[in-house]
Ligand binder design. Structure first.
Ligand code: TRP
Length: 372
């Protein structure tokens, strides 16, 4: 029997059917016409857009109109419960590009409350430690320190709580139960939490006393939060936030679920070159044949090969090179181990630079944390 796939902010399992998600969630597809509009604003298209990795949206047209009126800001976030992996960086590299091309303010939420409430076996202190570590990685991604504002749910509570309760008052249990998979055993904090994640979508309007529009880049599992946020915000006198939504980077072992920080099947931003090599060689699911002879004869299947997917989604921005790799792997001209070696080289070059910037990030933290 085929396992049912599940996509909520706290569980992604089974083989994700993105076309079905578009229907179920009521998302819009990013089509050629919209890509042209984006290109008009940015001057070029990021390969993640060209390749359909950011594949769906809500009211992106409206966000682009507001951008032209200089009335738009960006909002994204991080749930600090473990180390940052390349699945996170995949999204944030795109967010950085958006910030740079559009030259926009970015509000970056750290949901330490959420991750404390969610993880039975993690203490408050542990979450705070992960949050600090995560901030270093996020700064190292290269966001603009002058235009990026970290909001920490527990530290900025004085600012955020009065707004969160305005949202919470308009949501009842039956509205959140099914979209978040809540049961009678779910703790109270988790039930309240979505109203906290709604806040950065309009807090800049409160702070700047101006009705601004918001664009939220995120992985598609976060959509249930923002579906609700979109219902509530007009009732409070704000615009519905727009969103641009990404696929999941698959875990090393294959196509089900998403990369996660709680399992070993991930590639961390702090991994050494040796560690990356070991994990890819040992775990990365291969679309190649069992023996070299067979592979040369029949060729491999790049569409199910995780190393190829990582090149396509993240580490090979050059379309011509990617196409060549696709064809050569399919024809059997390059082997799985050659493909893996290429990927390992690419990832390690990326991580080398990241880790250098990460060392400098400590000095910058104060510049990023929002203060009035
Ligand atoms: N809940 C998200 C997580 O677990 C963190 C988050 C908060 C977020 N606000 C966001 C993600 C806005 C994307 C966009 O990772």
């Amino acid at each position: 029997m085929k396992k049912e796939s599940k996509v909520t902010p706290w569980e992604v399992s089974g083989k994700v059917d993105y076309q079905r998600l578009i229907k179920e969630f009521g998302l819009s597809k990013i089509d050629e016409k919209l890509l042209k509009k984006i290109e008009k604003c940015t001057g070029e298209l990021h390969f993640m857009l060209r390749r359909g990795l950011f594949f769906a949206h809500r009211d992106l047209d409206f966000a682009l109109e507001q951008y032209e009126k200089k009335n738009l800001f960006l909002y994204t976030g991080c749930g600090p419960s473990g180390p940052i992996h390349i699945g996170h960086a995949f999204i944030w590299e795109f967010v950085r590009w958006l910030q740079e091309k559009f030259d926009l303010d970015l509000w970056f939420q750290f949901t330490d409350d959420e991750k404390f409430l969610l993880n039975k076996d993690k203490s408050y202190k542990e979450i705070q430690e992960w949050m600090y570590e995560n901030m270093l990685d996020i700064i190292a991604i290269g966001f603009n320190p002058k235009k990026t504002h970290f909001l920490i749910d527990t530290k900025h509570a004085g600012l955020m709580y009065p707004e969160a309760i305005k949202v919470a008052k308009k949501i009842n249990f039956s509205m959140v139960k099914s979209s978040f998979g809540f049961t009678n055993q779910t703790n109270l904090g988790m039930i309240f939490f979505t109203s906290v994640q709604a806040v950065p979508a309009f807090l800049p309007c409160v702070i700047k006393k101006k009705k601004l529009a918001c664009l939220i880049p995120h992985a598609v599992d976060q959509d249930p939060h923002f579906r609700l946020t979109r219902d509530i915000l007009p009732k409070l006198g704000y615009y519905k936030p727009s969103s641009i939504q990404a696929l999941f980077l698959p875990p090393l072992t294959g196509s089900e679920g998403k990369m996660s920080s709680s399992k070993d099947m991930n590639l961390l931003m702090t991994d050494s070159p040796k560690e990356i090599e070991r994990k890819i060689k040992k775990y990365a699911f291969s679309g190649g044949q069992k023996t070299i002879e067979e592979h040369r004869k029949k060729g491999g299947n790049p569409d199910i090969d995780v190393s190829y997917q990582y090149l396509k989604m993240f580490f090979e921005p050059d379309d011509d090179k990617l196409k060549q790799i696709y064809e050569d792997y399919k024809s059997g001209k390059i082997t799985t181990s050659e493909l893996k070696d290429y990927l390992i080289k690419k990832i390690n070059a990326y991580l080398k630079k990241h880790q250098e910037r990460r060392k400098e990030a400590k000095k910058l933290i104060d510049k990023f944390i929002f203060s009035e």
